[in-house]
Design a protein around this ligand. Structure first.
Ligand code: HEC
Length: 149
């Protein structure tokens, strides 16, 4: 009886593993993007004057974005079967899967834009605008082509 139970679990395992891989990837990339957005929120809020300038907070936010940008496998989180075409709740456009090289290129450009961001904002309040613009431009460049409005 016990063996039969284990055998039935093993038989179902590949199916479960596949469903989980897509759902896990969707959750992971949403969490990743949210972490980017939280830190961008600190930078943008400070630049707009909604948050009082705090060098330590600004440096931490820019350094966090730079650190997150060093995670090399973000495009890999867009696994096959994890898009809206597969019935998943996702804002990723079909272009992510149709043009994987362009998508990876946009991520590489974001990595480039984020390189040195932590050190750059450490120069003080005047350094914030240009860094924010560079980062925001890289987010937008990818969202324009690969994320639903
Ligand atoms: C290489 C492309 C790319 C780059 C670069 C990128 N994003 Fe995204 N982002 C996406 C895609 C695609 C989605 C939709 C993912 C989904 O819904 O499955 C997304 C979703 C999001 C979401 C919604 C997350 C959720 O599901 O709640 C936020 C917020 C976000 N991005 C913020 C940012 C910020 C801020 C940056 C820059 C610092 C950034 N992104 C850079 C491609 C990118």
């Amino acid at each position: 009886m016990r063996q039969l139970f284990i055998a039935s679990i093993l038989a179902a395992a590949p199916l479960l593993a596949y469903a989980d891989a897509a759902d896990d990837a969707i959750e992971a990339r949403a969490g990743y993007m949210k972490m980017l957005a939280i830190n961008m929120g600190t930078l943008a809020g400070t630049a707009k004057g909604e948050i009082p300038f705090d060098q330590a907070a600004v440096t931490a936010a820019a350094s966090n974005i730079e650190a997150l940008s060093q995670y090399n496998s973000v495009p890999a989180l867009f696994v096959p079967g994890s898009g809206p075409a597969d019935g998943k709740e996702s804002e990723a456009l079909p272009a992510v899967w149709e043009q994987p090289e362009e998508f990876a290129q946009k991520y590489a450009e974001f990595q480039e834009a984020a390189a040195g961001a932590g050190t750059a904002v450490a120069a003080g309040q005047d350094a914030l605008g240009p860094v924010l613009q560079k980062l925001g431009g890289a987010c937008k460049a990818c969202h324009d082509d690969f994320r639903e409005e």
